[in-house]
Design a protein around this ligand. Structure first.
Ligand code: NAP
Length: 474
């Protein structure tokens, strides 16, 4: 399967191609265009030329395009899930969940397209403002450069394409090199619907070249990036005065208080640690358990972990499949080795079968070990004993990251303390940090990023406030 670039509403043969392999079977699954500087330039040019038609399109039409996209995706949902499973090695059942969320994300975007509005300002609150009428409107920002990661190749693209169209912007999208097929699939659907030419352009190729060109081109008004902190920080440094939204990584934690019914929460905790092989930005990486129930929790968590089925992502029963690259398998094995040498214990998992890393539980890790303090992005979790909730809050906060955190407790005062003390973008009471639905404000503090997604919040970031003042005095 040879894919083409999507520029100005046309499928464009590229001058250079790169092979795409399945992370699980390593089979050759497609040839992907490697966009040249000229091709990226054409995509930006097309997006720039289409800004007017998109800015002038009435809200009901923008909403209609997004509703139709959601409907078409729903009709082809299994095909979409297979694409995700194939290119990302996301287990099929999880991939189906991502498609269901993507449909909902585009529906939310359709709804938001209809409620973008400003407010009236009482200028006569100042004596000098008497006799004037003022209001604000929200205007589309123009060309949006969107750069997306591999781990949710359809829904995280929807979190950029959806609000961008809802707000009347145009887009140049650079999907992750490992997962471009999901983006091309969405472009095919939008083409069938009749999205104006140039409103969405997709250029593939290495982040370092294609991505950087998008970030530094003066015609691109905003960069919305989801990916690793290293790349995100580099983008911010190069983006100058462009608006920048960064949705970055984390080493998310959940706290388990002494009074919790362990049996009730174990399945949710295990899924939150190992879903999509732990390659989720809010995956549970650190678990802090009160010493009173620590042994019970560890024993039951390990027992549940052992029930997970490893294997082919295209099989319905698979829970855990391949990591995205061989390099990530090697990296995580070396991090585990470092932890073991420094005194931690791997109590289940710890080895790889091909590119599939076994779901791994580590105890006695210290905060300085990479498996604890860096984003592991793999099916590895550390469980640590704490003697008080104060200690747990301090441990959660002792991180470069701050995306979301969770706490299970029966004590309402402890829960309230958690909401106040945990320094993160979102606190989940009686849930893991992995909870996300697509309309909620989502984003982090510290090295987890700047700005918020969640359609209404992304629309706000993707529009500019304009003030209008009418003078009645002359
Ligand atoms: P990544 O390596 O940072 O890549 C993300 C995107 O950036 C890819 O499209 C990549 O292209 C591109 N890129 C790489 N270098 C670039 C550069 N110098 N300039 C511009 N673009 C560049 O991240 P990933 O491995 O795909 O995804 C995993 C990371 O994403 C994790 O840290 C995870 O926590 C984070 N994430 C965050 C959220 C959130 O909402 N907060 C959600 C999901 C994932 P190539 O693929 O061609 O390198």
């Amino acid at each position: 399967m040879k894919k083409q670039l999507y520029i100005n509403g046309e499928w464009v043969e590229a001058s250079t191609y790169m092979p795409l392999y399945s992370p699980y079977s390593e089979a050759h699954i497609a040839d992907i265009p490697k966009a040249t500087t000229e091709e990226v330039d054409q995509a930006i040019q097309a997006a720039d030329a289409a800004t007017r038609v998109m800015a002038e399109m009435p809200a009901y039409q923008r909403a209609d395009i997004l509703y139709q996209l959601a409907e078409k995706l729903a009709e082809r949902k299994d095909e979409a899930a297979r694409i995700i499973a194939l290119e990302a090695a996301k287990p099929f059942a999880t991939a189906k969940g991502e498609v269901a969320r993507t449909i909902e994300t585009y529906r939310f975007a359709a709804e938001e397209a209809k409620r973008i509005h400003g407010e009236t300002i009482p200028l006569d609150a100042s004596a000098s403002g008497t006799g004037r009428i003022a209001y604000t409107v929200r205007k589309p920002i123009g060309v949006i450069g969107a750069i997306t990661p591999f781990n949710f190749p359809m829904n995280l693209v929807a979190h950029k394409v959806g609000p961008a169209i809802a707000a009347g912007n145009t887009i140049v999208l650079k999907p992750a090199s490992q997962t471009p097929l999901s983006s091309f699939f969405i472009a095919e659907l939008l083409e069938e619907i009749g999205l104006p030419k140039g409103a969405l352009n997709i250029v593939t190729g290495s982040g370092r070249t294609v991505g950087e060109q998008i970030v530094t081109d003066p015609r691109v008004q905003m960069v919305t990036f989801t990916g690793s902190p290293e790349v995100g920080i580099g983008i911010r440094n190069k983006a100058g005065l462009k608006r920048v939204t960064l949705e970055l990584g984390s080493n998310s934690a959940v706290i388990i208080d002494r009074d919790v019914d362990v049996d009730r929460i174990i399945p949710r905790c295990v899924t939150s640690a190992f879903s999509n092989q732990g390659q989720v930005c809010i995956s549970v990486q650190r678990i802090y358990v009160h010493e009173a129930i620590y042994d019970t929790f560890v024993e039951k968590f390990v027992a549940q972990t052992k029930t997970l089925k490893l294997g082919d992502p295209l099989e319905e029963q698979t829970d855990v499949s391949a990591l995205i690259t061989k390099k990530d398998v090697e990296r995580t094995l070396s991090w585990m080795k470092e932890a073991k040498q420094a005194g931690a214990h791997v109590i289940t998992g710890g080895s790889a079968q091909g590119n599939v890393l076994e779901p791994t539980v580590i105890v006695d890790a210290t905060k300085a070990m990479k498996v604890s303090c860096q984003e592991v992005f793999a099916p590895i979790v550390t469980i640590q004993k704490v003697s008080s909730m104060e200690e747990a809050f301090a441990s959660v906060n002792d991180s470069r990251y701050g995306l979301q955190a969770g706490i299970y407790t029966e004590n309402v005062y402890t829960a309230l303390e958690a909401t106040e003390k945990l320094h993160v973008g979102g606190v989940m009471i009686n849930d893991t940090p992995t909870f996300r639905v697509d309309q909620m404000p989502y984003g982090g503090v510290k090295e987890s990023g700047v700005g918020r997604e969640g359609i209404a919040y992304a629309v706000e970031e993707m529009t500019e406030l304009k003030l209008i003042v009418w003078n009645k005095n002359n």
